[in-house]
Ligand binder design. Structure first.
Ligand code: FE2
Ligand code: FE2
Length: 120
């Protein structure tokens, strides 16, 4: 989807949204995907990733809602689509799925989350 995928797959300052809790959670999402990629047959790692994603989206949506953020509805819809996809996964996941998750996260943060910078 365009943005460069870091390898190793770790959060770096280019992903900063400058809200401490959101940046901390984004780091956790990178770690969650990293751990799935490192052990594609690990059902626990996959379940953990789904949990941190769901928890992060709930918090992020709450912050957007509180701020009356203009793009709330379209942003929430993108979250729901991604959750729908990863909830349907079963270990072992394949390389294409790992790539999809990495690509989605990188592009979502830089193209979608970045739009709320300074507005929450
Ligand atoms: Fe988001
Ligand atoms: Fe986010």
């Amino acid at each position: 989807m365009g943005e460069k995928i870091p390898e190793p797959f770790c959060w770096d300052a280019s992903f900063e949204v400058f809200y401490a809790q959101l940046d901390t959670e984004h780091k956790g999402l990178f770690k969650g995907v990293f751990d799935v990629a490192a052990d594609k047959g690990n059902a626990g790692a996959l379940a953990h990733l789904v949990k941190v994603v769901v928890d992060h989206f709930a918090y992020e949506e709450g912050q957007m809602k509180k701020a009356n953020y203009e793009n709330f509805d379209s942003h929430k819809k993108l979250h729901e689509e991604f959750v729908g996809k990863i909830k349907g996964l079963k270990a072992p996941v394949d390389d294409a799925t790992v790539h999809f998750a990495k690509d989605w996260l990188v592009n979502h943060i830089k193209k979608i989350d970045f739009k709320y910078k300074g507005k929450l």
